[in-house]
Design a protein around this ligand. Structure first.
Ligand SMILES: [Zn+2]
Length: 713
């Protein structure tokens, strides 16, 4: 299978849906690359926790690799750790001091023995075995292009193909017998292997334990590895231990004829193991790269704020969050990232010139549902992330330490439980902060903060032109400003429609120019579109009549009955709540911050509007056997509870129709509605309210002639 063959890839993915769980179960804690949740994190934690509990790998302050030290030291300088190291071992133990060996294998994926792999797959993972057999029974063909000539074809019967969706799992399975053998081999003449911690992640193998025991496992690996296609290379492998213990370890390795390298710290599966000084040297360029990334996004943010925001919030920050998860105390190194976010990114996003103050920064770092924009502060969020990762890997770490089996189900439950717990803890913390802010910030602020938890759906949308989730620069920035009660930049002083002073509140409510009506129509259209997807287009009607007249039935309605001004709903949907009954929706978008509402809670304002609508129309609708649902929204997208219920109903219908998860559909519907509302805010704030008809040209010959004549005279 090669990278270009899309159908085969697609089918392989489909096969994985059914067979992945079995592979995961078969690999347990022995091979972590078969899709085990938080597998890599577990390997890193297991190593670190073992070092902590055994008191091994105690590096002295400032320990770095010998070559680095030779390179950087000044004449006659001898750091204290070198002198201490020369005194010899810190503690004698029977099998030598503990360390960590990272094994490097030649060519990894390409050398794996196909026969051994298929055999193991057949016995450990019967569900996917037939598919794997059909994929790998033939020679894999690698086509090398020769421009202008016939391509040459290389045939290979070893290894798994890189780019094949199953390659990771099959590779893991292929090495499973070897890994199990290394764990269980108990030669009475030799030290016990099972005391060596041996996490495998694909071809990344690590061994942690007393050095003579490691040597024994390494020898076994050299001996048995080639039979399944694993060729360890000692000269490219590293043994990590403090300088003081290097001599003992070196003797042990050399006695067995293994020429490994010795170092004070090394990258291991995306994390780092070693001394503090080496960690710093490893992290430093990474942090610089991330800072540069944040600065680039800050430059992008001035023109494409939504894109830049999505890039940072849902992609870039995940990179350092992973480091926080696997390295304790990572927060000490991430300060520069936080300053770049504070000084460059947020000002660019909010269009302000100064860095934001501390309290505002903390608010922004909260989740979208807690009034922030989920730009986490890496220095303060790190400890919780790390703890959450350790908790999630609890069972895995224990299984790795004991060298025993791992129930994939129990582990999955553990990961989920830890995630749930962390989220809850964070929400509690954020809620407390928000409550404090509400208490101290005055009523107007409290009202806005109250609303924020329900108005952020547009922030979490990933911008995409085809999905219609894209917001223009002004739309994004205006709404961000409205969310935080700031005045958007570049607004005029006076309204061009009515010459009143132009505040945000006035802009969002001034009826001149017809924008309020346009906003209303936009929301109706979105609602009708969503309903037509959930039901069918034929069941949706626009502007359905609502029949007035108390005590009259439809049949009694005569020509003398006068319809009221608004005797039409906005959208009618047949079979929405119940089969065979039409529901009439009436949409209203109101500014809950308007002065006329005083200090009433936003929720109460929306409820009041819904109640008034129902008082006016519901009875008339019920009379004609129709349901009536008012859809009341605030200008920033908060929905009344009836509107929320209708959204949920649409989501439920869509979930059933498209066989998707309800939660996915709920967020889809909510985001669509929210976007339809907030998108109009820019129109209301920045649109031109001058009446068009005042400057319209005459549209018949007489008028034109009169106008021209007037000009000539
Ligand atoms: Zn106005």
């Amino acid at each position: 299978m090669a990278i270009g063959e899309i159908w085969q890839r697609c089918i392989a993915k489909g096969n994985l849906v059914g067979s992945r769980a079995e592979a995961k179960g078969a690999c347990g804690s022995v091979q972590l690359c078969a899709g085990l949740e938080a597998g890599i994190e577990g390997a890193l934690h297991a190593v670190r926790i073992r070092a902590e509990t055994n008191g091994s790998m105690q590096f002295r302050a400032g320990e770095i690799d010998d070559e680095l030290w030779e390179l950087e030291r000044e004449e006659g300088e001898d750091p204290s750790w070198i002198a201490a190291a020369e005194e010899g071992l810190q503690g004698e133990s029977e099998y030598g001091p503990e360390g960590l060996t990272l094994v490097d294998a030649r060519n990894g994926f390409n050398e794996l023995s196909c026969y051994a792999m298929l055999w193991t797959a057949r016995h450990h993972r019967p569900k996917g075995a037939r598919f794997a057999f059909n994929c790998y029974r033939h020679y894999a063909r690698c086509i090398v292009r020769n421009p202008g000539a016939e391509p040459s074809i290389l045939l290979s019967r070893e290894g798994v193909t890189q780019g094949c969706p199953q390659s990771g799992i099959l590779y893991g399975l292929g090495l499973l017998p070897l890994a199990e053998h290394l764990r269980c081999d108990d030669d009475p003449q030799q030290p016990v292997n099972s005391t060596v911690l041996q996490p495998w992640y694909a071809d990344d193998m690590a061994m942690m334990g007393a050095c003579t025991r490691i040597v024994r496992v390494f020898q076994l690996l050299m001996e048995k590895g080639p039979s399944v296609g694993y060729f360890p290379e000692p000269q490219k492998s590293y043994h990590i231990c403090p300088k003081a213990e290097e001599a003992a370890a070196r003797t042990a390795f050399e006695a067995a004829g293994l020429q490994v390298n010795f170092c004070r710290g090394k990258r291991y599966v995306g994390g780092f193991v070693g001394s503090e000084a080496m960690l710093e040297r490893w992290l430093d360029p990474k942090v610089k790269k991330w800072v540069a990334g944040v600065e680039i996004l800050a430059r992008i943010a001035s023109r494409f704020p939504q894109t830049a925001y999505a890039g940072l919030a849902s992609s870039l920050q995940a990179e350092w969050q992973y480091i926080c998860r696997v390295i304790p105390g990572a927060e000490h190194y991430l300060g520069p990232i936080e300053s770049a976010i504070c000084e460059k990114f947020i000002p660019a996003l909010l269009q302000v010139s100064d860095p934001v103050d501390e309290a505002f920064r903390q608010l922004l770092s909260q989740g979208v549902k807690m009034g922030g924009i989920a730009l986490r502060n890496p220095t303060t969020s790190a400890p919780l992330l790390h703890q959450s990762s350790v908790d999630a890997c609890d069972l895995l770490i224990k299984a790795l330490h004991a060298g025993g089996g791992l129930s994939a189900e129990a582990h999955k439950a553990c990961v989920r439980e830890a995630g749930h717990h962390t989220r809850k803890a964070r929400l509690k913390e954020e809620e407390a902060y928000l409550d404090g802010l509400k208490a101290s910030g005055g009523r107007k602020m409290a009202k806005r903060l109250d609303r924020m938890s329900e108005t952020g759906a547009w922030l979490s949308a990933i911008p995409n032109r085809f999905d219609g989730t894209e917001l223009s620069r002004e739309e994004f920035q205006d709404n961000l400003a409205i969310r935080y009660g700031l005045r958007p930049r570049g607004l005029p002083d006076r309204c061009d429609g009515c010459n009143e002073p132009f505040s945000v509140e006035h802009g969002l409510n001034c009826k001149k120019g017809g924008f309020v009506g346009q906003r209303h129509d936009d929301v109706c259209e979105e609602l009708a579109h969503l309903c037509s997807m959930a039901l069918t287009a034929a069941r949706i009607s626009s502007e359905p009549e609502i029949f007035y007249g108390r005590g009259l039935t439809a049949a009694q309605r005569g020509t003398s009955e006068v319809l009221g001004d608004e005797a039409r709903g906005d959208v009618g949907a047949h079979g929405f709540w119940k089969r065979g009954r039409t529901t009439i929706f009436d949409v209203q978008v109101c500014d809950t911050d308007a002065k006329s509402y005083g200090n009433r809670e936003s929720k109460k304002v929306l409820e009041g509007a819904a109640r008034r609508k129902r008082e006016k129309y519901e009875e008339a609708c019920l009379e004609r056997r129709r349901d009536f649902t008012p859809m009341i929204y605030s200008v920033d997208g908060m929905a009344d509870k009836l509107a929320r219920a209708a959204e949920r109903r649409i989501a439920g219908l869509l979930a059933a129709k498209w066989t998707r998860q309800y939660s996915q559909m709920a967020s889809f519907v909510r985001t669509r509605m929210c976007l339809a509302i907030v998108r109009s805010n820019t129109l209301l704030l920045r649109g031109d309210r001058v009446m068009n008809w005042r400057r319209r040209a005459p549209d018949d010959g007489v008028g034109v002639r009169a106008a021209m004549t007037y000009q000539i005279q």
